[in-house]
Design a protein around this ligand. Structure first.
Ligand code: GLY
Length: 571
């Protein structure tokens, strides 16, 4: 067969080899190292099948991992409305294959301009339970819509409107009431009664919607369409902003149009920590994830954990968590407002110092560490997804509206569930928040400030390959990512990483919370003999999503936590 080009007949039999060789040379020159031929598959792991399909649809339409991240984030806002959404925020950790550049897109919420340090305290200076958890006063200015517009504009290949299309379709066609929606309503039904727009969707006739019923989100679809048409301004200015502010103020909130107009995404340099032959690329403040995981690994690096008995290994891991979470409480906050000793906290010399108080034969009571006073608080919701495209672009995205259904408040006419991330600030030094996390002045409330987060989207890079991981779980996010990172560096695969039984210590309360099966009988006995107080969690925790790429075989693998209802795709 021959074909004609520029009037010259080209016979493939004669010139085929030449052209093939030329093509291979051009491709090898044009493609970056991370996209060399061994990577031939894409992988997606999310907490919901429809979110995974949205990502798949956008990759198939010619989008890259960043477009897929926009599609997945927006889809999650519709199908997991209790966990994340346009009324919330998140962190998107990116690796751009072409340039090798890595950046954290910080779409974290900020405190409105009228917020004050003591806004949740009563006349006696006591935190007023509930104000930072339910209703519009609990909500920070959302960052997710800005982050999606920023991702599409600066990193994607497709228009924002194309990547938002699956979410708009889901919102208009409706989704089935899931177990997650049912669980969320079980926890938040009482608060829902204060938001007529929320109740109209989720509590018709005053009762939680039934499992299996179909929910349609017309207002949310309209808000998504405004974002699709007008980008950033479609949410932060104009009719959507007006409706949001009117609804918030009518219900006692303090947002203004200026707060929305002033919201900006921040691009941040990730934290990088070397552990054995791996580099961990993690979220910097206002996420505490990178610092706490890095601090923990620095403490642990002095021991050859694989050579220790498992009880010693778990004891040391708990002691490392205890010290690193203490540093979180003491030092971390929004870098625009507080000067943090990050370099010191991640310096090996600092870890040497931390290690001197660790004994192999006994637990260190948290009271014995210099720090801030304890006190008592529970609940978790957030979501995570991991994406890798065939070119080698990657995204680890962790998004949140904080606890189940956030502030359980929808400004009428918007369909947007507001976050309750203001509770992630330290309302009062030494008083724990919903995750029983303590904080100090570094995380005190101030206008325009981002609240400290535990969200920890992460990459692990080593000669073995790359892992893209993260999970929801409030304060436990950090310890879950730490345990799975240690497991991957010991040879675990994606499935083993998400299935791992979890244990957690966060400095205060001074207990090791664990899942059933996290410790053997001998390990429990050994930990208790050392003075650890073990507390069995009444339910499993986390919903980790992992994508891995094996550098040697080229194999892409993905796994979704068996505790959740997520779905993965590799193709
Ligand atoms: N809202 C949970 C976190 O950011 O840590």
């Amino acid at each position: 067969m021959s074909r004609s080009r520029n009037g010259v007949a080209v016979r493939p039999a004669r010139y085929g080899f030449f052209f093939l060789a030329l093509l291979i040379c051009i491709c090898a020159w044009a493609l970056p190292a991370s996209a060399q031929p061994e990577l031939t598959q894409s992988g997606i792991a999310t907490a919901h099948p429809l979110a995974t399909r949205a990502g798949e649809e956008i990759l198939a339409a010619g989008g890259n991992a960043f477009d897929a991240a926009v599609a997945i984030s927006a889809a999650l806002a519709v199908v997991e409305p209790y966990a994340s959404g346009l009324g919330g925020g998140g962190f998107w950790l990116l690796h751009e294959a072409e340039t090798g550049r890595q950046v954290l897109i910080d779409g974290r919420e900020v405190a409105p301009a009228a917020a004050t340090r003591d806004m949740y305290l009563d006349a006696q200076g006591k935190p007023q339970a509930g104000l930072s958890v339910s209703g519009p006063l609990a909500a920070g200015i959302p960052g997710e819509p800005a982050a999606l517009a920023h991702l599409a504009k600066n990193y994607g290949r497709l228009p924002l409107a194309t990547s938002l299309a699956p979410a708009i379709r889901y919102a208009e066609q409706g989704i089935e009431v899931s177990r997650g929606i049912g669980m969320g309503l079980m926890f938040r039904a009482e608060a829902a009664r204060n938001s007529p727009a929320f109740s109209a969707i989720y509590m018709p006739g005053g009762k939680p919607v039934e499992a299996g019923a179909t929910l349609r989100f017309r207002d949310l679809a309209r808000t998504l369409r405004k974002l699709a048409a007008d980008g950033h301004d479609g949410f932060y200015r104009g009719s959507v902003a007006r409706r949001m502010v009117t609804g918030v103020q009518a219900a006692g909130g303090i947002w203004t149009r200026d707060d929305l107009a002033a919201y900006k995404v921040v691009e941040r340099e990730p934290i990088r920590v070397q552990y054995r032959d791996a580099t961990l690329v993690m979220a910097p403040p206002p996420s505490s994830g990178g610092v706490v995981i890095g601090d923990s690994l620095n403490i642990l690096r002095a021991w050859d954990l694989g050579k220790l008995q498992s009880v010693e290994r778990k004891h040391l891991t708990v002691e490392a968590m205890r010290r690193a979470y203490r540093d979180r409480a003491m030092y971390l906050g929004d870098p625009a407002f507080v000067s943090m000793p990050i370099e010191r906290l991640l310096n090996p010399w600092y870890a040497d110092g931390q290690r001197t108080s660790i004994r192999l034969d006994r637990a260190t009571p948290s009271d014995d560490l210099p720090g801030i006073a304890p006190a008592a608080g529970g609940g978790t919701n957030t979501t995570h997804f991991s994406v890798l495209d065939k070119a080698g672009n990657r995204v680890a995205g962790t998004l949140s509206i904080n606890t189940w259904f956030g502030a359980v408040f929808i400004p009428p006419g918007t369909g947007v569930i507001l976050n309750n991330e203001m509770d992630d600030f330290s309302a009062k030094a030494g008083t724990p928040n919903s995750f029983e996390l303590l904080g100090a002045d570094a995380n005190a409330i101030a206008p325009g400030k981002r609240m400290l987060s535990s969200m920890s989207p992460s990459f692990i890079e080593s000669p073995r390959g790359v892992a893209i991981l993260g999970t929801p779980g409030g304060s436990r996010i950090i310890s879950m990512v730490l345990l799975s990172a240690l497991a991957w560096m010991d040879g675990a695969d994606a499935r083993e990483m998400v299935s791992l039984k979890r244990y957690h210590h966060q400095y205060y309360p001074d207990v090791v919370v664990h899942e059933e099966g996290a410790f053997t009988v001998e390990e429990k006995t050994g930990l208790e003999a050392r003075g650890h107080k073990l507390e069995l969690s009444p339910r499993s925790f986390g919903n980790m999503q992992v994508v891995t790429w094996d550098r040697k075989t080229g194999r892409v693998d993905a796994a979704s936590d068996p505790r959740g209802g997520g779905e993965v795709t590799v193709y």
